[in-house]
Design a protein around this ligand. Structure first.
Ligand code: MLT
Length: 262
């Protein structure tokens, strides 16, 4: 099991925090909403020989949108003297991955898109985010955890994996209301990345939980048709946070992808 290091570095007065494990080719994993880099602990612990897994805490300022997160990931990679890496994320982490590829494709050796979608929000989803913005302002992150848990985890995980349920709740309640508000606003305003898919010219792994109701597997299968070098795989029995629900299966898919391509 690779030991995990919790790191922090100031760049231009801004604290960048991340978890990392292993040594070698960098693999950058961006977390989902409303959780944190902690969600990648199982993958970091399983980092294979020859790889350095890095999980940044995503951060952005109000008004910077999804590009703000992507820009801060790029600033961190510069600070770590990393030019090129395998980069990807789950759900909101995927939205940030699309943004980063849009302005810095040369940073990517590979891309990992887990439980995510290229499309912008529909009017219904936008209305739902506005409701969550009001909720977090009035009732705080714990109320967001209550609403989000049934969306993030499969019914099976909620019944059989109490440790995963508590981890998701703990990660969510550790966020500030302001950070949640910023993330909701950023997701709500993000552009449609579908037109970019055909131009992604690195190998892409698409992973989705079988029972993901936020970004169902069909979305990954559609992306597989549009991205020139993509491979889609389904994590059986998992919901939206597939990497947490079935960490071993997720990590195996990731390792097979990295080892096959490098
Ligand atoms: C996430 O898991 O990052 C969010 O559920 C994504 C979203 O709400 O669109």
């Amino acid at each position: 099991m690779a030991p995990i290091r919790a790191e922090q570095r100031y760049v231009d007065g801004i604290a960048h925090r991340w978890l990392e494990a292993g040594h070698g080719w960098p693999v950058v994993l961006l977390h989902a909403f409303p959780v944190s880099a902690e969600m990648w602990r199982p993958q970091l612990e399983a980092a294979p020989e020859g790889y350095r897994f890095i999980a940044p805490e995503l951060q952005s300022e109000a008004g910077q949108g999804i590009d703000g997160y992507a820009n801060n990931v790029s600033v961190l990679l510069d600070a770590l003297a990393i030019d090129t890496a395998a980069i990807g994320g789950l759900s909101m982490g995927g939205y940030v991955t699309f943004a980063l590829y849009r302005f810095l494709p040369q940073r990517f050796s590979h891309m990992i898109l887990a439980d995510t979608r290229p499309q912008a929000d529909t009017p219904d989803v936008r209305a739902g985010r506005e409701t969550l913005r009001r909720l977090v302002a009035e009732a705080g992150p714990a109320a967001i955890a209550d609403v989000m848990l049934p969306r993030l985890l499969s019914e099976r995980a909620r019944r059989e994996q109490p440790d995963v349920v508590s981890a998701v709740r703990a990660m969510t309640t550790a966020q500030s209301a302001a950070a949640i508000e910023i993330a909701l606003a950023a997701m709500l305003d993000r552009p449609d990345s579908t037109p970019d898919l055909g131009g992604i010219d690195v190998p892409v792994l698409l992973v989705t939980g079988e029972h993901d109701e936020v970004t169902p597997p069909e979305i990954a299968h559609e992306m597989e048709q549009m991205i020139p070098r993509a491979h889609a795989t389904v994590i059986h029995g998992a919901g939206h946070l597939s990497s947490l629900e079935r960490p071993d299966v997720f990590s195996r898919a990731l390792h097979d992808f990295l080892l096959a391509q490098l």
